[in-house]
Design a protein around this ligand. Structure first.
Ligand code: 5CA
Ligand code: ZN
Length: 409
């Protein structure tokens, strides 16, 4: 699949910082020191509905990770998937009586447009589940040959008992795992499983559903977790720097992925840091496609909202906190964008070298975007109150805000 166009990232004077970030698996901050090429896998959308503010907030967090790395003059290898075949997509297509391929394509096109408008850096490899099937099948066969997978009425399940590290990403107790598994695509109550938590690796073909050649597995379609493992291992290899997603992916998705990869390679963990963004809510409930309480990026854009203001609204919240989308959040962002634009449109201003360092420090400290915004606010207020003589300052602020925060002033 092709990704979306990249926006230019201006180079800044001075030295970038190494990123210290909260890792769900160790439960604390880790300072990442990637080589010259930093590697990141961010779980992509299941394209059955348009990009909502929750998705946008999560992708914003991982865009910041990359901007911090780029500022250290590293290259970034960024991989993202599209879960373009899975139960929720097929169910929605059936409900709306549309072709599942068309639904997935339409929503993926819209997602790309939203990401472009929000100036999110594109992945180097943007890979659909369907196109990954030839790589998924041999991994499932290998898990089976290793004794880590078993068959149940033609479907193939992964045995979580085969991984000594199982549970070390999310650190949940058995009851919590069971509840979340039922909520998030698992089938803990299916009779005949070795462990209720065991996730499906390969689902045998069913009437009325798409299926593909699975070699010795028979016709069918892939499970969700093995999809991301196959794509990540193929394009990044083991031990990449960050696997990212919203906090609802910690269990089961990232836990199961780490488990599959551990059994396949004998290495743990697949990612050096498991990074999770908080959930965005609307009217007190997590924004979700299944609940339908959504504010769409595309809708706001159609209503004439500047994408830079949407981005500032996201940046005003720490990525790890759960927060609520309200009209006020957007109004505040529009007002801030206006203040910043007016401040950088003057021919001179207060010196801004210290501001660049403040933004760098804030982001390197677990992506503290709100602190970065507060620093720019202070510079803009000073500009407003007293102005300044530095003719390079407005341009420098503009470039720093663009390079580090993805906001075009
Ligand atoms: N295709 C899978 C990942 S492989 C998937 O979870 N797709 S998704 O479309 O449901 O979600 C895409 C990303 O948005 C995930 O990282 C998910 O955690 C995140 N996300 C979904 N809802 C919210 C929300 N309300 N707030 C913040 N992030 C969210
Ligand atoms: Zn994923």
């Amino acid at each position: 699949m092709h990704a979306w166009p990249a926006s230019e990232v201006p180079a800044l004077p001075g030295q970038g910082r190494d990123l210290r970030i909260h890792d769900t698996a160790t439960g604390g901050p880790v300072t990442l020191q990637p080589g010259p090429v930093a590697r990141i896998y961010v779980c992509g959308i299941t394209p059955y509905d348009a990009t909502h503010m929750g998705h946008a907030a999560t992708y914003n967090a991982f865009d910041l990770v990359q901007r911090v790395w780029l500022d250290t003059k590293r290259q970034v290898h960024y991989v993202q998937n599209v879960t373009d075949v899975d139960d929720p997509l097929l169910e929605r297509a059936q409900r709306d009586d549309v072709d599942w391929v068309e639904l997935a394509e339409r929503e993926t096109v819209l997602f790309r447009e939203d990401m472009t408008a929000l100036r999110m850096l594109p992945p180097r490899h943007y890979i659909g589940a369907v196109e990954a099937i030839p790589g998924i099948v041999p991994l499932v066969e290998r898990l089976r040959d290793l004794g880590a997978a078993y068959e149940l009425d033609g479907d193939v399940y992964f045995s979580v008992g085969s991984d000594p590290h199982f549970g070390e990403v999310s650190h949940l107790d058995a009851e919590a795992m069971r509840l979340l598994s039922a909520e998030r695509g698992g089938d803990p109550d299916r009779p005949g499983k070795k462990n209720p938590l065991d996730p499906v690796l390969w689902l045998a073909a069913r009437d009325g559903e798409p299926s593909w050649d699975g070699g010795s597995l028979g016709r069918g379609r892939p499970g969700w977790h093995i999809e991301c493992v196959a794509i990540a291992l193929d394009h990044l290899g083991m031990g990449f720097d960050v696997q990212g997603g919203g906090s609802d992916l910690a269990f089961p998705h990232h836990e199961m992925g780490a488990s599959h990869a551990q059994v396949l390679t004998g290495e743990f963990p697949m990612a050096k840091a498991y990074v999770h963004a908080g959930m965005v809510a609307l009217d007190g409930e997590k924004m979700s496609k299944s609940k339908g309480n959504l504010v769409f990026v595309s809708r706001l854009r159609r209503d004439g909202v500047d994408p830079a203001a949407i981005r500032l609204a996201l940046l005003a919240h720490h990525y790890r906190s759960d927060w609520e989308w309200t009209d006020q959040v957007l109004q505040d962002a529009v007002a801030r964008l206006g203040r910043w634009r007016s401040a950088v449109s003057r021919p001179d201003g207060p010196p801004a070298d210290a501001l660049v360092e403040e933004i760098r420090d804030a982001l390197a400290d677990d992506l503290d975007a709100p602190a970065a915004l507060a620093a720019v606010d202070r510079w803009a207020a000073l500009q407003q109150e007293r102005g300044g003589e530095d003719t390079g300052a407005p341009g420098l602020v503009s470039r720093a805000v663009d390079a580090l925060l993805g906001v075009a002033l």
